[in-house]
Design a protein around this ligand. Structure first.
Ligand code: S3P
Length: 450
């Protein structure tokens, strides 16, 4: 089933080297946060480089439903007239977050300390994902969630009208859970504390500080202890969203596995809590360089250059690196299929609760394409077939998961036979220009006959 209508099958076939410059869209995580914090500031926040993917557009609509004014000025330039911390008003419609776990979980946090009810829903993927990981800590503030069995959407969150601050140790390594608690803490008096054992992406902490909140992170034996002072007056910001490393991963990896390729991907956010894939690829022997490393708007960025890398070897990816590359394991498994030897990926239970069960989705498709994949609850292992060694010649299920769809289309660029994904429409959630951009680099896509 497609995200927003009829399934759109897409076939990818080998077409020679990829070359040129790939201008990938803005960072999805930062785009969501810019809209939400903009809506909670007093006055006008201006955002350039916003990702105009469906996930982020759904968050923008939600901010409007809560009382903020969100204006599209064209070409990635947006403004948000915020209502201030505690200033949201009860929405008169259901908040539909589409495919977006980040959208729904962060917005639940933001409304949890407002004394009104909000009903959330999403598509077939989102309504099957766990929400108790967020509603449990929000209950500590005084919010109440009523939803389907297993804490699934649709659910109604009745926010606390007299919230109390919270100290919460996240049981799963999740930036969404951490961020939901911090956003709820904004409208609670006193200090809200989140403790995370493993470092997850820290865009919320950086952006909250940028908006003028008092927030600190201390590294202790318990892990990272993040302390936020509630009820600040957030100051509107000018935010330039860096380009998304998770989207850059696709042209980077496609170039590494496609003979003769040489691709430049400018201005990519390289926040250390996000850059684990690139480190892993370099350890595998990828010809991947960072050019002109610099700092922009509080986030480190560089231009990435990726060239065909026939010498790559499988490695064991350290489990403590998982959080910094959690969205990149599907495309890493494609690279691993073209490396020599075995790539071991332990400590990745979270992959089973993403937009799809990403271990199962990739393992099934890779096996059908002739690659040996082993798996357990929280690990998987790909047996590489070496450069050009993957058969392909399959149709695989995208399972309403943009990253599964893009990963298999990259597989098709370097395998002997074409690879078809049954529905490429979910790609629009995070990387709406994937097909034209990859085509400009030299990729070959076609629509199979219905
Ligand atoms: C995100 C956090 C990650 C990631 C998602 C974006 C975020 O999810 O998979 O694509 O922006 O906070 P978890 O927090 O569930 O690990």
């Amino acid at each position: 089933m497609s995200a927003h209508g009829t399934p759109e099958p897409l076939m990818s076939r080998k077409a020679g080297a990829l070359s040129g410059t790939a201008e990938v869209p803005g960072d999805k995580s930062i785009s969501h946060r810019a809209l939400i914090l903009g809506a909670m500031a007093v006055g006008e926040t201006r955002i350039t480089g916003l990702l105009e993917g469906q996930d982020v557009l759904d968050t923008g609509r939600a901010m409007q439903a809560l009382g903020a004014e969100v204006v599209n000025h064209g070409q990635g330039s947006w403004s948000v007239h915020g209502v201030g911390v505690g200033g949201f008003s009860e929405p008169d419609q259901v908040i539909d977050c589409g495919n977006s776990g980040t959208g729904v979980r962060l917005i639940m946090g933001a409304v949890a300390t407002h004394g009104f009810a909000t009903t959330f829903t999403g598509d077939a993927s989102l309504t099957s994902r766990p929400m108790a990981r967020v509603t449990d800590p929000l209950a500590l503030f005084g919010a109440q969630a009523v939803g389907r069995a297993g804490g699934r959407l649709p659910l109604t969150l009745v926010g606390a009208s007299d919230p109390v601050p919270v100290r919460y140790a996240t049981p799963v390594p999740s930036a969404q859970v951490k961020s939901a608690v911090l956003l709820a803490g904004l409208n609670a008096p006193g200090e809200t504390v989140v403790v995370e054992r493993e470092a997850t992406r820290d865009h919320s902490e950086r952006m909250l500080a940028g908006f003028g909140a008092t927030i600190s992170t201390e590294v202790t034996d318990e892990g990272r202890v993040i302390t936020l002072t509630g009820r600040p007056e957030l100051q509107p910001q000018e935010i330039a969203v860096p380009r998304d490393p998770s989207s850059a991963a696709f042209p980077v990896c496609a170039a590494l596995i496609t003979e003769g390729s040489d691709v430049l991907i400018p201005n990519i956010g390289l926040n250390p809590t996000r850059a684990g894939l690139f480190e892993t690829l370099r350890e595998m022997g990828a010809d991947l360089t960072y050019e002109d490393p610099r700092d922009e708007g509080g986030e480190p960025v560089a231009d990435l250059r990726a060239r065909f890398s026939p010498e790559m070897k499988g490695i064991r990816v350290p489990p403590e690196r998982a959080a910094s590359m959690i969205d990149e394991y599907p495309i890493l498994s494609v690279v691993a299929a073209f490396a020599e030897g075995v790539t071991d990926m332990p400590g990745v239970a979270e992959l089973r609760v993403k937009e799809s069960d990403r271990i199962d989705a990739m393992a099934q498709g890779l096996r059908a394409a002739g690659v040996t994949v082993e798996e357990g609850d929280d690990w998987w292992r790909v047996h590489g077939r070496g450069p050009g060694g993957v058969e392909g010649g399959v149709t695989v299920a995208a399972r309403l998961d943009h990253r599964i769809a893009m990963s298999f289309l990259c597989l098709g660029m370097a395998s002997k036979q074409p690879v078809t994904v049954d529905d490429a429409s979910p790609i629009a959630t995070s990387f709406p220009i994937f097909e034209p951009l990859m085509t400009t680099l030299g990729a070959s896509f076609s629509r199979p006959e219905g």
